[in-house]
Design a protein around this ligand. Structure first.
Ligand code: NDP
Length: 445
């Protein structure tokens, strides 16, 4: 980095102890160096300095009472990163690892991702260090209500529209939506990922996983390859992983391994997705239970070993930095030719280097997993129109959006001299629209 080195130094100084945020900013600024050279007007207008600083960050206390009557306190966050191209939009994550730095990295990435969808959505992210694991339904409900009691004053259908993420699915969205409606006395599309009976969109549940496969299908086709007959390894067994597996299978691939944070299953003849859905979506259980249903599958404790399983295509769909340089080298050694990021920032910078150097077709998260937020954008549109589209209609729009994202990222990469580098292409394509909007709107105080 030359022109943008000072911007990065300032980020490090101003945001100590936030390694994930530093990592995300560094990757983007490195890609944007040639843009800064070509557009001195953006440098002069401070676009780069402004884009790395959230517009607003809210941190709040979330008190709630557990089933034993004990008062518990968690911390809530909402980082409203950028509203240049639309209302803030981004998910809520409930996981014990959540802290300000993680929410900021996610919010920063979200800005570019939302821009890539071509829909009018700014970037945000939020959540809490609350751990939903092992909590009763009533505890989850009380926590969600307390969380929304504060969040409600910061969001709105034209201001900020949160959605789900790790630990926040349809159940949590339902509890939060009920509380928002009670506080505001307003039936509006203020959250996405809602149930179908109160304004949700068909295909939202499937969207991130399906979208990932639509994107990767386009990317591998451009290199004369396909999913047909290929072996696929997918990390995670949550919302993104399950529907990535479903679409990969529909495209003719065989999914042989999945995991959760305890361990992974390897089913050489092909994973039975109905069993995974039963364990994860219905019973909210652990993945080791899979081998009780399918004794020919093998369970191994520890989730990292999943990357040692030979595959043609790998789809990391669990969490950030789950795939490091050694894992990437192992995948390459075993013949993996394509990697698509379903999770946000699952590959470390070293892993991405290995993939790019070895000409692995690499779909970076902000492009490859944008299908979820794109469909959330379509949910917002349906709510505004007070209409519901069919599954097929939403799914075909999603497919078109993912194909366009691939095309735009790939064209931007080519324009800036690195045709196969979709990391660079996605960062540049996402940035250009936000930069143009910020530039046009002036330096707002
Ligand atoms: P879920 O909560 O449904 O599932 C998360 C999965 O990842 C679970 O299998 C979980 O295992 C595993 N996991 C979570 N944290 C860790 C960890 N620290 N180490 C190992 N495994 C872990 O979340 P989603 O499927 O919604 O989200 C997965 C990823 O996709 C996240 O990075 C999210 O930001 C990203 N994403 C999600 C979108 C969506 O629409 N849902 C949209 C775009 C991106 P366990 O059950 O054991 O915790």
């Amino acid at each position: 980095m030359k022109i943008l080195a000072d911007v990065y130094d300032q980020v490090i100084k101003r945001n100590p102890g936030e390694p994930e945020f530093h990592q995300a900013v560094k990757e983007v600024l490195e890609s944007l160096e040639p843009v800064a050279e070509k557009h001195p007007e953006y440098v002069k207008a401070g676009i780069f300095d402004r884009i790395v600083e959230p517009e607003r960050q809210v941190i709040f206390r979330v008190p709630w009472v557990d089933d034993n009557g004990t008062v518990r306190v968690n911390r809530g966050f909402r980082v409203q990163f950028n509203s240049a191209i639309g209302p803030y939009k981004g998910g809520l994550r409930f996981h014990p690892s959540v802290n300000l730095g993680i929410i900021k990295f996610l919010g920063f990435e979200q800005c570019f991702k939302n821009s890539l969808t071509t829909l009018p959505m700014g970037g945000a992210k939020g959540g809490s260090d609350f751990d939903p694991k092992g909590k009763s339904d009533m505890e989850i409900m009380r926590f969600c209500q307390s969380f929304m009691f504060e969040l409600a004053r910061h969001i709105g259908p034209d201001t900020d529209v949160p959605a789900g993420d790790i630990g926040v699915g349809a159940r949590e969205i339902g509890y939060m939506y009920g509380m928002y409606k009670k506080i505001k006395n307003d039936f509006t599309g203020v959250l996405t990922g809602k149930g179908l009976s109160y304004g949700g969109s068909l295909a939202r549940t499937q969207a991130t996983g399906y979208g990932l496969c639509y994107f990767m299908d386009e990317a591998v086709k451009a290199k004369g390859k396909s999913f047909e007959g290929k072996t696929v390894v997918i990390s995670g067994s949550g919302n993104v992983a399950i529907y990535a597996a479903e679409k990969a299978m529909q495209l003719g691939a065989k999914v042989v391994a999945m995991n959760d944070s305890n361990g992974y299953i390897y089913h050489k003849s092909g994973i039975n997705l109905d069993t995974i859905k039963l364990i994860k979506e219905v019973q909210r259980g652990r993945i080791y239970e899979y081998v009780k249903h399918h004794p020919d599958a093998v369970y191994t404790e520890g989730c990292k070993g999943i990357w040692t399983i030979p595959c043609d295509i790998a789809l990391p769909c669990a969490t950030q930095n789950e795939l490091d340089g050694n894992d990437a080298a192992m995948l390459v050694k075993n013949g993996c030719f394509a990697v698509g990021e379903g999770a946000n920032m699952p590959s470390t910078p070293e892993a991405i280097d290995v993939f790019l150097k070895n000409k692995v077709i690499f779909g970076p998260a902000k492009a490859a997993n944008a299908g979820g937020v794109a469909t959330s954008g379509l949910e917002m549109t349906q709510n505004s129109m007070r209409l519901s589209w069919s599954f097929e209609e939403v799914d075909s729009k999603l497919k078109g959006i993912m194909q366009n994202i691939y095309r735009n990222a790939s064209e931007a990469a080519a324009e800036y001299g690195e045709p196969d580098n979709l990391v660079m292409g996605a960062n540049i394509a996402g940035f250009m629209k936000i930069a143009a909007a910020m530039y046009a709107q002036g330096i707002t105080y």
